[in-house]
Design a protein around this ligand. Structure first.
Ligand code: ZN
Length: 223
């Protein structure tokens, strides 16, 4: 796609952002990964992300933005809150970290600008998930305009997963030839279990359902 250009991937080491990392490697000449420490309970997530980035041969950096976790209460950064298993009626689940993607992408844009990069890649998806407002396409498009105005620049935010459900995200990983890396080396689980995860948190449930759907359709094609 843009082999003479560089891209910066907002990278957590989970299924979605790792799929995006490999999508970026396929489409851009040089890829950088940026992870954030934001007070999440599972800080080992960052070490895992570093290792995935190392194996993928991309430059990796980490920024500490822990203040985000302390600004608003949520169950990903506050151990005293029991995690919502389901989306509550008419609201967002308490796994929502208010402002997370706003901060992440804004900081990523400043960092990218320093490196002479205008392409930003993020694994947000509107299709499958719990109604996090900062995963929606309208938010990303709006922020893209805002970042360009804020820095008089021409950023392009890429969201390869925006309209994919989890099964289609697995299919994309398979197409990119990294299915096993995504399945066994990434961390999506809210309880910090790598690969197929703890099996019962909301992130594991979503990931597993998608995986099962993908594997069923793949097997039925091969028969
Ligand atoms: Zn889990």
């Amino acid at each position: 796609m843009m082999k003479d250009e560089k891209a910066l991937v907002v990278f957590s080491g989970g299924q979605d952002s790792t799929t995006c990392l490999y999508w970026a490697i396929k489409n851009f000449g040089k890829v950088y990964a940026l992870s954030f420490v934001y007070g999440q309970k599972h800080v080992k997530e960052v070490e895992l992300a570093r290792e995935i980035a190392r194996k993928a041969g991309v430059e990796f950096s980490v920024m500490d933005v822990s203040f985000i976790g302390s600004l608003g209460r949520n169950s990903l950064t506050d151990t005293s809150i029991t995690m919502d298993e389901e989306k509550p009626e008419g609201g967002v689940p308490n796994t929502f970290v208010p402002g997370r993607n706003l901060f992440f992408l804004s900081i990523a844009a400043v960092h990218a600008r320093e490196l002479g990069i205008r392409h930003l890649v993020t694994g947000v998806s509107q299709t499958d998930f719990s109604g996090y407002p900062d995963c929606r396409d309208s938010f990303i498009k709006s922020l893209n305009v805002t970042l360009n105005l804020a820095m008089d620049d021409q950023f392009v935010i890429h969201t390869p997963l925006m309209w994919l459900d989890k099964a289609q995200t697995w299919a994309l990983a398979d197409e990119l030839g990294v299915f096993d890396i995504i399945r066994y080396e990434t961390l999506t689980c809210y309880n910090g279990v790598v690969g197929d995860g703890c099996g019962h948190c909301p992130a594991c449930t979503l990931r597993r359902r998608g995986l099962e759907t993908f594997l069923e359709s793949k097997n039925s094609k091969q028969e």
